[in-house]
Ligand binder design. Structure first.
Ligand SMILES: [Zn+2]
Length: 458
C-alpha cells in the first residue's frame, strides 16, 4: 500500500487513485528561456523518480509536464537576443531534453506547450467569467476574483486577510482586490498576442496549468507536483481556477519537492550561486556524471532540503561507483525480481512510504556489502534490478567504474610501456620485469609484436 504526503492535508495518506490501477499525474514544468539550473533539476528528477516508482509498483501512469513557452522572461530574453520567441523556445526545449536525458529521466507521457493550448485557456477563462469568479477589467485584462472562491488559501494554509497582510501586493486600480490575479493580459506592442473575446492579449501564467491539466487529464487529478516555492501563489491559484470552474476537487494528492541549497545558502542570482545543470554535468566525467548527479539529487528525501557542494557531489559519485564495482566484480545472474525477497521487500516498503529514497538506498548499500562478502550472483542481479526501478545501475559496470580514469589510465599505461622499453634497451631486465608486473597488477595484458608493444584489459 502506497502512502503519499499530501501537502493539502499536511499528512501522509494512503494513496487511492480515481481509477483503479491508473494514475493521472501533472507536474509544473519549466519556463524555457534559458538552460535549467540544478535546483530545477532536483524537482524534475524527483518527479521522474515518482513516475518510475508508480510504474514499478504496477500503476499505469499518465504523466503530464507542461512547458511554459510564452511569458515575460521569454519575451525579454528573445528581445535581448534579437530573435523570435519561437527560435529561443525551441532551442531551449531541445536543450532541456538533452539535459534531462543526461540525468536519465524518462520523457513524460505528454509535454503540452502553453502556446498550443490558448483556446483551452480562453475556454476556462470564459467558464470563470460566466459563473462570476472572474471579470474583465476596463484595461483589457481579465482577473480572477479571489473573494468569490471560498477555499482560497487552503493549500498555503492562509486566509485571504493573512495573505493581504503578509504579501507585498501591488496596488492596481483595475483589480477589485489586490490579491486578484491576472488570467488574460491585454496585448502590449511588440509582444506575442492572440485574439479573444476580451480583445487581443496573452494568457497569465497560472491559467495554463489549469487548462492543460484539464485538457490532458480531466477535471480531477490524482497527483499534482511541483517545487515547494510553487505552493503560493501558483498552486493556490490553480486550485481557485480549476475548482472555481468545475465545482469538483482539482487534485487528490499535492506533492512538493523541497529546495536544493548551494553550500548552505539559498540559490539566488544576487549571490551568484545559480549553476546550470549542464555546467555541473560538464565538469563531471561524461560516463559517470549524469547518473552521479541523479544519485546526489535523490539521495535525500524529496521533502527535505538538500545541500550542493562539489565535495558532496563527489561523495555521491563515489558511493554510486561502489555499487557498480560490486556489479563488475560479481556479474549478475539470470534473475526475476521477486518483491517478497527480504531485501526487495524492504526496498519496496521504503519506496511505498512516501517515496523514502534514503531508506531504499540504504538497502542497496547493504546489498553491496553482502555481494562483496558472498560473491552471490543472484544478489548482484537483485541490486541491479532494484536500482533499475529508479533509473540506476543500468550501464556497463566495467565501463562505468573506469569512467574518466579510463582516459588518464591509458596515458599512464602508455608511459609505463615506454619506460619498460627503455629499461629493456638498457639491458636492465629486472626493472623491465618490475614494470611488466606493475602493468599486470592493473589488469592489463601486454602483447609484444613486430610493430611494438600493445595492451588490452584482461
Ligand atoms: Zn503549474
Amino acid at each position: 500500500m502506497l502512502r503519499i504526503h499530501n501537502s493539502l492535508a499536511r499528512e501522509k495518506q494512503a494513496f487511492t487513485p480515481i481509477e483503479p490501477g491508473k494514475v493521472r499525474m501533472y507536474v509544473c514544468g519549466l519556463t524555457v528561456y534559458d538552460y535549467f539550473h540544478i535546483g530545477n533539476a532536483r524537482t524534475l528528477t524527483v518527479f521522474d523518480m515518482v513516475y518510475r516508482w508508480l510504474t514499478a509498483a504496477g500503476y499505469q501512469v499518465k504523466y503530464v509536464r507542461n512547458i511554459t513557452d510564452v511569458d515575460d522572461k521569454i519575451i525579454d530574453r528573445a528581445n535581448k537576443n534579437g530573435e523570435p520567441i519561437e527560435a529561443l523556445t525551441s532551442r531551449m526545449v531541445a536543450a532541456m531534453h538533452e539535459d534531462c536525458d543526461r540525468l536519465l529521466m524518462l520523457r513524460p507521457s505528454a509535454e503540452p506547450r502553453a502556446t498550443q493550448h490558448i483556446d483551452n485557456m480562453l475556454g476556462l477563462i470564459g467558464d470563470l467569467v460566466t459563473n462570476g469568479k472572474a471579470y474583465p477589467a476596463s484595461n483589457g485584462d481579465v482577473y480572477y476574483a479571489v473573494r468569490e472562491f471560498p477555499g482560497y488559501g487552503k493549500l498555503s494554509g492562509k486566509s485571504i486577510d493573512d495573505l493581504r497582510a503578509g504579501e507585498r501586493v501591488a496596488v492596481d486600480g483595475h483589480k477589485r482586490d489586490p490579491l486578484d490575479f491576472v488570467l488574460w493580459k491585454a496585448a502590449k506592442p511588440q509582444e506575442p498576442h492572440w485574439c479573444s473575446h476580451y480583445g487581443e492579449g496573452r494568457p497569465g501564467w497560472h491559467i495554463e496549468c489549469s487548462a492543460m491539466s484539464r485538457a490532458e487529464l480531466g477535471e480531477t487529478l490524482d497527483i499534482h507536483g511541483g517545487g515547494w516555492d510553487l505552493q503560493f501563489p501558483h498552486h493556490e491559484n490553480e486550485i481557485a481556477q480549476s475548482e472555481g470552474a468545475s465545482g469538483k476537487p482539482f487534485v487528490n494528492y499535492w506533492m512538493h519537492a523541497a529546495f536544493l541549497n548551494m553550500d548552505n545558502e539559498k540559490m539566488s542570482k544576487s549571490l551568484g550561486n545559480v549553476f546550470t545543470t549542464r555546467a555541473v554535468l560538464d565538469k563531471l566525467d561524461p560516463v559517470q556524471g549524469g547518473e552521479a548527479v541523479r544519485f546526489f539529487l535523490l539521495r535525500g528525501h524529496y521533502r527535505s532540503e538538500i545541500n550542493y557542494t562539489w565535495d558532496i557531489l563527489q561523495d555521491a559519485r563515489g558511493a554510486l561507483v561502489s555499487l557498480y564495482t560490486a556489479l563488475r566484480d560479481v556479474p549478475p545472474a539470470e534473475f526475476e525480481l521477486d518483491w517478497t525477497e527480504p531485501y526487495a521487500k524492504r526496498f519496496f516498503d521504503a519506496m511505498c512510504d512516501d517515496f523514502n529514497t534514503p531508506m531504499a538506498f540504504a538497502v542497496l548499500f547493504e546489498l553491496r556489502n553482502e555481494i562483496n562478502r558472498t560473491r552471490d550472483a543472484k544478489l548482484s542481479a537483485l541490486l541491479c534490478a532494484l536500482g533499475g526501478t529508479l533509473g540506476f545501475l543500468q550501464a556497463d559496470p566495467a565501463a562505468f567504474v573506469q569512467g574518466e580514469a579510463a582516459g588518464d589510465e591509458a596515458a599512464e599505461i602508455d608511459a609505463l610501456i615506454a619506460a619498460r622499453n627503455e629499461a629493456k634497451k638498457a639491458k636492465n631486465f629486472a626493472e623491465a620485469d618490475r614494470i611488466r608486473d606493475e602493468i599486470k597488477a592493473r589488469g592489463i595484458v601486454l602483447e609484444d609484436g613486430a610493430g611494438g608493444t600493445t595492451w588490452r584489459r584482461a
